[in-house]
Design a protein around this ligand. Structure first.
Ligand code: SF4
Length: 486
C-alpha cells in the first residue's frame, strides 16, 4: 500500500533549493513517482520551478539548483492516488492569482474534489490536470479575488474542502503551511538557524540539521511574512483524526508525529499482538522492512527470541515481471531470500505490519517453509482491512481486500500459515498513547471523519478515538514572532 505524498517548505534559508532536496530525500518513502521544487527569488520577484517524474536522485542535478534561486522553497515527492502518473500532475503546482503566482504542494486527498471541480468548471474554469491539488489552487485563486487576503482566502476555501490536506505554499515571498481540520496527514514545523521550515515528517527536519518545534494543529494556518510567523485557525477545531496508518506503515520510524514516536508505536503494536495472540514458538521474525520493529515488540511481549530471517535485495525496485502467480513468486524470491540457518527446524512467528490483498504473504510463508521452518504463525500488527479509504491512501476496492474475500480460516489456508491473527481493532488506539490527536481508523472500522464522497454530512463525523492528550488550544489571531514562539 502506498501513501500519497510528502511536502517540505524552507523560509529565509541560504541554498533553500538544495536543503529542500535533502529534505525530500528524507521523505522519499512517501512517494517515488515524481518530485519537484519551487523557489521564490526576491531579486526577480518570480517563482522558479524544476519538477519531473522520478525520484529526487533522478530529477535534481547541480544545474537544476542554478535554476532555483532564492531563499524560500517548497518541495514535494509524489505518489499518485488521484490523477495519473503524468508529468503535468507532479508538484509544486503553480496558479496565477490576482495577488501573484501561487506555488502549492499538497499531501492528502480531497474526498469532495469531484463536486468542487464540477462547481469550478461550471464557473468557466478549465483544468490542466486531473489532480485534486489543482482544485485547491483554483479554489484559493477564486477566494483571493473576493478577499484579497491569503489567510481569509484559505479560511474560506477550508470551509468548502473535505478530506485530508497538509499544504505548504508560496505566494510571492509569503509562505503558508496548512493542516486540515482533522489533522489527517502529518505536518510539523522546525527551525534551521532561526528560520522556519515545514515538513510532512520530523525526519526531514532532522535531515537538514534543523530543530523540531511543533506539529501544526488540526485546522491551523501558519503564515510567514516579512520574517514574522503568525498562526490562525482555518477550520472548525477538532480533536483530530490522524491516519493511524502513518504509525503502522507510512511514516519513517525515526519520525515523531503529534508527540508520538512512530518507532515506539510499532514496538507497542508488536507487544499488543503478543498479548492478544500468544503462540508457542522458537523464534520471532519480521518481514522487512515495516514488520521488523513490530517483530521486536512481539518478541519483547512474548519472551520468544527475535531473529533475522530475511535478506532483502534493495536494488530490485520496479520490475518488468508480469503479475501472474508464478511470476509473483519469483519476484518475491528476488526481493527476499531466507537465512536457512536461522529458521530451519524452528517454529516461527512471522510478524507483518498489515495485510491488504495477501498477494505476496503466501509466497513469504512458502519461502520460510522451504527453508525448513516447521511452523509459521503469522501475526499482523493491524486489524483486518475491511473498508476503502477516501483520503489519499490506495486501499484497493473492497472486493480485493483479503479480509473481505475470505474468512480468517480460509485466509490462513490461502497463505499456507499454521495460524493467522490480527491486532484487535479495540486495541488499535493503544499503539499511540502519546498522540495529541485522535485517529482515523476508517479502513478498519468503516467510521470516517467525513462521509464518503457524494454523501456530505452523512458519514461518521466523529473520529473513533479521543486524543490521548488534549491538543493545545489555538485561538484566532496573531501568535508571537517565530523566534519567541519556538
Ligand atoms: S481510511 Fe484508513 S488509510 Fe484512509 S486515512 Fe483513514 S486510517 Fe488512513
Amino acid at each position: 500500500m502506498h501513501e500519497e505524498c510528502g511536502v517540505f517548505g524552507a523560509y529565509g534559508l541560504a541554498s533553500a533549493a538544495e536543503r529542500t532536496a535533502i529534505a525530500l530525500y528524507a521523505l522519499q518513502h512517501r512517494g517515488q513517482e515524481g518530485c519537484g521544487i519551487a523557489t521564490y527569488d526576491e531579486k526577480s520577484a518570480a517563482i522558479h520551478m524544476v519538477k519531473n517524474l522520478g525520484q529526487v536522485k533522478d530529477v535534481f542535478g547541480p544545474k537544476d539548483f542554478l535554476a532555483l534561486p532564492g531563499d524560500k522553497a517548497v518541495g514535494h515527492v509524489r505518489y499518485s492516488t488521484t490523477g495519473g502518473n503524468l508529468p503535468r500532475n507532479t508538484q509544486p503546482m503553480l496558479a496565477g492569482t490576482r495577488e501573484g503566482t501561487l506555488a502549492l504542494v499538497h499531501n492528502g486527498n480531497l474526498s469532495n474534489a469531484a463536486a468542487l471541480r464540477e462547481a469550478l468548471e461550471a464557473k468557466g474554469l478549465i483544468f490542466q490536470t486531473d489532480s485534486d491539488t489543482e482544485v485547491i489552487a483554483y479554489l484559493l485563486a477564486g477566494e483571493l479575488i473576493r478577499t484579497k487576503d491569503i489567510v481569509a482566502a484559505l479560511q474560506a476555501a477550508m470551509g468548502q474542502m473535505e478530506g485530508s490536506y497538509s499544504l505548504v505554499m508560496l505566494l510571492g515571498g509569503t509562505m503558508l503551511a496548512v493542516r486540515d481540520p482533522f489533522g489527517m496527514r502529518p505536518l510539523c514545523m522546525g527551525e534551521v538557524d532561526g528560520n522556519p521550515v515545514f515538513a510532512s515528517e520530523s525526519c526531514a527536519i532532522s535531515a537538514v540539521r534543523g530543530r523540531f518545534v511543533r506539529d501544526l494543529r488540526p485546522g491551523e494556518i501558519v503564515r510567514v511574512q516579512d520574517g514574522k510567523l503568525d498562526a490562525f485557525l482555518g477550520g472548525k477545531r477538532s480533536s483530530g483524526a490522524l491516519c493511524i496508518f502513518e504509525h503502522i506503515y507510512f511514516a519513517r520510524p525515526d519520525s515523531v508525529i503529534d508527540g508520538q514516536s512512530v518507532y515506539e508505536a510499532r514496538l507497542r503494536a508488536g507487544r499488543i499482538a503478543a498479548e492478544s495472540h500468544p503462540v508457542e514458538a522458537d523464534l520471532v521474525v519480521g518481514v522487512p522492512n515495516s514488520g521488523l520493529i513490530a517483530a521486536i515488540g512481539y518478541a519483547e511481549g512474548s519472551g520468544i527470541p527475535y531473529g533475522e530471517a530475511f535478506v532483502m535485495n534493495r536494488y530490485v525496485g520496479r520490475t518488468f515481471i508480469e503479475p501472474t502467480q508464478e511470476m509473483r513468486a519469483l519476484k518475491v524470491g528476488l526481493k527476499l531470500s531466507v537465512l536457512r540457518q536461522a529458521v530451519a527446524g524452528k517454529r516461527l512467528v512471522m510478524v507483518e505490519d498489515s495485510l491488504v490483498r495477501a498477494t505476496t504473504t503466501d509466497q513469504v510463508v512458502a519461502l520460510l517453509k522451504r527453508a525448513g521452518a516447521t511452523e509459521v504463525h503469522v501475526r499482523i500488527c493491524a486489524p483486518p482491512f475491511l473498508y476503502p479509504c477516501y483520503f489519499g491512501t490506495d486501499v484497493p476496492s473492497r472486493e480485493l481486500l483479503a479480509s473481505v474475500r475470505w474468512s480468517n480460516e480460509e485466509l490462513t489456508r490461502h497463505i499456507g500459515a499454521d495460524s493467522l491473527r490480527f491486532l484487535p481493532l479495540e486495541r488499535l488506539g493503544e499503539i499511540a498513547p502519546n498522540s495529541a490527536l485522535g485517529f482515523c481508523e476508517g479502513c478498519f472500522s468503516g467510521q470516517y471523519p467525513y462521509g464518503p464522497p457524494g454523501l456530505r454530512g452523512q458519514g461518521a463525523a466523529v473520529p473513533p478515538h479521543a486524543p490521548r492528550k488534549e491538543a493545545a488550544n489555538l485561538a484566532h489571531g496573531t501568535h508571537p514572532p517565530f523566534s519567541s514562539a519556538l
